[in-house]
Design a binder for this molecule. Structure first.
Ligand SMILES: C[S@@+](CC[C@H](N)C(=O)[O-])C[C@H]1O[C@@H](n2cnc3c(N)ncnc32)[C@H](O)[C@@H]1O
Length: 222
């Protein structure tokens, strides 16, 4: 069954801009089907780092994923919008907090989502944030990342250019800093005992987006 895109977008009314933004994101970006799919067998609490307006929460709940959810983002305006929409959508148990992840990191144990955020941090800060996220992953939890990868492809170049454009025209307050490579990501995750699986997630978009799912190996999780 497809996601109830219009009902989710309607949670952002009366803000027409956020209504159309949500509807078009849900229609075009495979992320919002893929991530609830990755959490199909999950019960661990989820920390959504750089949650934006909290679209992921609505998609998780629409797919029956009822585990506790906390979303954090540095943009206070988006957090206000996320809180209002989650209340309108009937997801009162979710929590949203303003948090600049380059300065502080919330206490958490369970699963973590880090979707389209890494590129807004300088390379060193990316490593720090990945390490902090990895350390939160419980024995049965997972770290789900969506990111562009620096791999020398035309998709990578276009993704970087689009992120820079998004900042120039004001879609994103924070500016594009850097794309990680698959090797860098894998190395940090391995240091924290996580095994990562990489899958392309660009759907019908021209962007170099990858879904990375990192878990503790089964013997460690038993
Ligand atoms: C492209 S949006 C992705 C939103 C959401 N994760 C999603 O996929 O629907 C990137 C988000 O990262 C947030 N962000 C960027 N730098 C951040 C930081 N230092 N701390 C917390 N959030 C940050 C932005 O405010 C923005 O909401």
């Amino acid at each position: 069954m497809p996601l109830p895109k219009r009902a989710i977008a309607a949670s952002f009314l009366p803000d027409r801009y956020r209504y159309w933004y949500s509807l078009s994101k849900l229609a075009m970006d495979p992320l919002y089907e893929a991530v609830p799919g990755a959490f199909a067998d999950e019960r661990e609490p989820l920390l959504d780092l750089g949650c934006g307006i909290g679209l992921l929460l609505h998609c998780l709940r629409a797919r029956g994923r009822e585990f506790p959810y906390v979303g954090v983002d540095t943009d206070a305006v988006k957090i206000d919008a996320a809180r209002a929409a989650s209340a309108r959508g009937g997801h009162a148990s979710a929590d949203f907090q303003v948090c600049d992840l380059s300065v502080q990191f919330p206490k958490h144990e369970g699963s973590v989502a880090l979707l389209d955020v890494l590129q807004y941090l300088p390379q060193q800060a990316q490593g720090t944030l990945l390490s902090q996220a990895a350390q939160c992953v419980s024995r049965h939890g997972q770290l789900v990342i969506r990111t562009g990868l620096a791999d020398g492809t035309w998709r990578g170049t276009l993704t970087r250019a689009t992120d820079r454009f998004g900042h120039l025209v004001g879609w994103m307050k924070t500016s594009f800093k850097s794309q990680p490579s698959a090797q860098e990501l894998r190395a940090v995750l391995q240091r924290h005992g996580l095994q990562a699986e990489f899958k392309p997630l660009w759907g019908r978009t021209p962007f170099n987006n990858w879904l990375v799912i990192a878990r503790r190996p089964t013997s460690a999780a038993a």
